[in-house]
Design a protein around this ligand. Structure first.
Ligand code: CP
Ligand code: NVA
Length: 299
């Protein structure tokens, strides 16, 4: 059976902790390896990407493999060839699929019909590779993860969902402030809560940010929701992470954002470019965490 990485919960809790340590070691040693020697990673991206594409392609090269990038636009996927056919074809050429798409059910189709590992490079439901990199960014500063309060301000989107999975495994308090109707996945929150995760959901960004060690946000309209931009700007008024909101967090709190950011919407220019911001460390850590994830998939 191929090993898939669709959500953080595809790892065991021990494996998730081990991945942080391994990615940190790979970062420190500027790891180059051979685990993907002779292997080809297919990458199907149905949405735009800078960080995820570049860090995965680079990671695959650094591990001795070769990536092949494809979008629907220049392939038969854009001319309605079913994914279940594509899954069977690629499984005969390639050694894994790294896929960015809309509904998570597309990954299910690929897993059902294909025979190679599938890695979730972002869906509408989750962004596990990003949140594992973000955990690395937190861990390298504050290894005692259980002692932390991490705030999520804004949309209860794919990122927020993956943060809830992380909260279960890593034991920090996750305080989410989301407007009504834009909350993260209820089922996931319940599962995490039943497992012992410390997750609090509020409408008040101030309550979430108060005394936080890390303050996190993301765009108000994710990819695929562009036509809702105006409506969302209204719904999220008051959810901008600005200097006033950051002043409620701990004095040494850090600001996080997976990028790309919309300055003046979910975050002020001052906070994004200010001394508390660690957004480019997060972006760098994508590379190191992708290597650790690829190593896990192929070992
Ligand atoms: N954070 C992130 O996934 O960025 P990209 O959309 O550029 O890949
Ligand atoms: N929530 C954002 C994350 C982008 C990396 C989106 O899905 O567009």
């Amino acid at each position: 059976m191929p090993k898939h990485f669709i959500s953080i919960w595809d790892l065991s809790s021990d494996e998730a902790h081990a991945l942080l340590a391994r990615a940190l070691e790979m970062k420190r040693t500027r790891h180059r390896g051979t685990i993907l020697d002779g292997k080809v990673a297919a990458m199907i991206f149905e949405k735009a990407s800078t960080r995820t594409r570049m860090s995965f392609e680079t990671a695959v090269y650094h591990l001795g493999g070769h990536p092949i990038f494809m979008t629907p636009r220049e392939s038969q996927l854009g001319r309605s060839e079913p994914l279940k056919d594509t899954a069977r074809v690629l499984s005969r050429y390639n050694d894994c699929l790294i896929m960015r798409t809309f509904g998570q059910e597309k990954l299910d189709v690929f897993m059902q019909y294909g025979s190679i590992p599938v890695i979730n490079a972002l869906t509408d439901e989750g962004h596990p590779c990003q949140v594992m990199s973000d955990m690395l960014t937190v861990y390298e500063r504050t290894p005692d993860l259980r002692s932390l309060k991490i705030a999520w301000i804004g949309d209860g989107n794919n990122m927020a969902n993956s943060w809830m999975e992380a909260a279960l495994y890593f034991g920090f308090e996750l305080a989410l402030a989301c407007p009504q109707g834009d909350e993260p996945c209820k089922t996931l929150m319940e599962r995490a809560g039943k497992g012992g995760a410390r997750i609090v959901l509020t409408r008040d960004p101030k309550e979430a940010a108060r005394n936080a060690d890390y303050v996190n946000t993301d765009v108000w309209a994710s990819m695929g929701q562009e036509e809702e931009q105006k409506k969302r700007e209204q719904a999220f008024a008051g959810y901008c992470v600005d200097a006033a909101l950051m002043s409620l967090a701990k004095p040494d709190a850090r600001f996080m954002h997976c990028l790309p950011a919309h300055r003046g919407e979910e975050v002020s220019e001052e906070v994004l470019e200010g001394p508390q911001s660690i957004v480019f460390d997060e972006a760098e850590n994508r590379l190191h965490m992708q290597k650790a994830i690829l190593e896990w998939v192929f070992s």
